[in-house]
Ligand binder design. Structure first.
Ligand SMILES: [Fe+2]
Length: 243
């Protein structure tokens, strides 16, 4: 059977968003799930989201939140808001959750494409790519024509042909031989592009088509869960704002 992948990014323990995306992906005929990391952090359901991802046999790379929530490393580089949730998440995770998260690779090749959370040059440095200049460094380390990433929570296409790197707003594209694509799949659980709908991407191996998807989900319930967990109020309101 021809494979159709769903690529999920930055789920961030948002159970309601994740369930909505998985249901939609099934309707889209997705056969395989992969993830560019940050399964946990920010929202209220880390273990529940890990269980869904594991049950899907979803090939996953390590995000910075996965890394810090499953280790005891100091959080000096984190903003205070993010650090407080890492500490909360550390207390909530089971031993098994922690071991699984800590075993995730920094990058992974699947079916001829690559997955990474931030950038391929130094994945463990958690660098952000917001423009074509930052993307150009990554392309030097990208050996597959297609690489999916996340981390900024802003969906985007970076395309390289010869020495030109372009930034292209999310749209349906077909992978063309000779070009390289570094694609930010956006965030399932905490979008930051001003659109609160959850985001994910599909890739049809046979037709070479890449499609961006945005879906309404039960934001109110996700916000309630944040409040009931006594997590910072800002983490609830930003879900409604998509910021
Ligand atoms: Fe993230």
């Amino acid at each position: 059977m021809d494979k159709k992948f769903a690529i999920l990014g930055d789920i961030h323990a948002n159970l309601d968003a994740l369930k909505t995306v998985v249901e939609d992906a099934r309707k889209e005929g997705v056969t395989d799930f992969v993830s560019v990391g940050d399964i946990v952090g920010y929202n209220a359901c880390p273990s529940e989201c890990i269980k869904i991802v594991r049950d899907l046999d979803c090939v996953t790379v390590r995000g910075n939140h996965d890394h810090y929530c499953s280790s005891g490393e100091n959080l000096d580089d984190f903003q205070p808001l993010a650090a407080s949730v890492v500490e909360w998440t550390r207390r909530k995770l089971t031993e098994d959750d922690r071991a699984w998260l800590h075993g995730l690779p920094y990058k992974k090749m699947v079916n001829g494409f690559t997955l990474v959370h931030g950038t391929l040059d130094t994945p463990e440095a958690w660098g952000y790519v917001f423009d074509q200049f930052q993307a150009s460094g990554n392309f030097n380390y990208q050996i597959t024509s297609l690489c999916f990433h996340g981390h900024t929570h802003v969906p985007m296409i970076y395309q390289k042909q010869h020495d030109d790197v372009m930034r292209i707003d999310p749209c349906k594209i077909q992978v063309v031989f000779g070009k390289k694509y570094f694609i930010n799949v956006g965030s399932v659980g905490q979008p930051r592009d001003g659109d609160p709908r959850c985001a994910y991407v599909t890739y049809n191996v046979k037709t070479k088509e890449i499609e961006f998807h945005r879906l309404e989900y039960d934001v109110e319930t996700a916000m309630d869960r944040v409040r009931k967990a006594n997590l910072p109020e800002r983490l609830a309101t930003r879900l409604a704002q998509g910021r």
